[in-house]
Design a protein. Structure first.
Length: 308
């Protein structure tokens, strides 16, 4: 498990560095960093997706995975979990800001805010929201009524709003995309198996270095939610490491290839999101990874049936 802790630590360190310097970076540079992160994610995804051995498995996995994920609304559920984490870890910071000066005339104590809430406050850029001449926010109908006559919800959607061709910072959105990016991939799977069975940590250590640098850019572009992806990494890679002895006999080169292919497709979707090309509910395609495993496991039995 030491490799898992190292991986989580490097991502946290990268996020802290990114958040500390985020406020000092001009918005146009932040935008370029986000575009670069999206482009790198896209290139990584394309490279990984071509690792597949059977294009039929890849196509069926993505189609069936997308259908199942959409019906289960996996993306929405993960975003809800991200919002839950935001309420738990960032609530104290909000309470301090609302309280301001106490009844005793003393300023509210800032130490009650959580560590990550403090980082978010440090990294936040004070940008005035655009308003029209009558003082109302541009693009927002007056009196809380939408263009279709329905009342606007008190809380916005957890999915990011797109402005000027780029998604805005969103805690839950950052948590979701970073979790998928850092967990999906051959290095996470093979590295966990080698760490658990052979006590060889070299692959996970290499992954940790790469994840650490990527997390800097993600934290600058998407915010503090990136840091909480370590929760998903800890449980995912930790489970693979602990169960590696039991799982290893069923893991073949073809399975890793198909997993890498479907995982690469998910990372392409993350890149599309970050570059602001289109809003895609990436997590709804996570079942594609499971379908890739099922197809490879069922392949011998299907061949036996066809040979009869």
């Amino acid at each position: 498990m030491i490799a898992v802790f190292v991986n989580c630590a490097t991502i946290l360190a990268g996020c802290i560095v990114g958040l500390l310097f985020a406020k000092k970076i001009p918005q146009k540079v932040t935008d370029s960093i986000q575009l670069a992160c999206g482009l790198v994610s896209f290139v990584m995804g394309v490279q990984m997706s071509f690792k597949y051995q059977n294009v039929v498995y890849l196509a069926l996995a993505l189609i069936l995975g997308g259908i199942v994920g959409t019906l289960l609304d996996i993306d929405g559920k993960i975003l809800q979990f991200g919002k839950f984490l935001e309420r738990v870890f960032m609530k104290k910071n909000a309470d301090v800001g609302e309280r301001g000066i106490g009844s005793d005339g003393e300023a509210g104590k800032t130490h009650e805010g959580s560590f990550f809430a403090s980082l978010e406050r440090v990294s936040a850029k004070a940008e005035p929201e655009p308003r029209s001449q009558d003082g109302a926010l541009r693009g927002v109908p007056a009196e809380g009524v939408g263009g279709n006559g329905e009342a606007i919800a008190a809380e916005g959607e957890t999915s990011p709003s797109f402005e000027k061709g780029r998604p805005q910072k969103n805690f839950a959105y950052a948590f979701l995309n970073a979790s998928v990016l850092f967990c999906v991939g051959a290095m996470a799977i093979v590295g966990s198996f080698k760490a658990g069975i052979e006590h060889d940590y070299s692959i996970i250590f290499l992954k940790s270095i790469l994840d650490g640098f990527i997390s800097i850019g993600f934290a600058v572009a998407m915010g503090v939610g990136t840091a909480f992806s370590v929760i998903a990494i800890f449980f995912y890679q930790g489970s693979l490491t602990l169960l590696s002895v039991l799982i290893a006999p069923y893991v073949s080169e073809q399975m890793i290839a198909e997993l890498t292919g479907s995982g690469g497709a998910l990372i392409i979707l993350i890149g599309i999101n970050l570059m602001g090309i289109k809003k895609v509910k990436t997590a709804n395609y996570l079942p594609a990874v499971l379908f890739s495993v099922i197809f490879v496991l069922c392949q011998p039995y299907v061949k036996n049936l066809l040979s009869i």
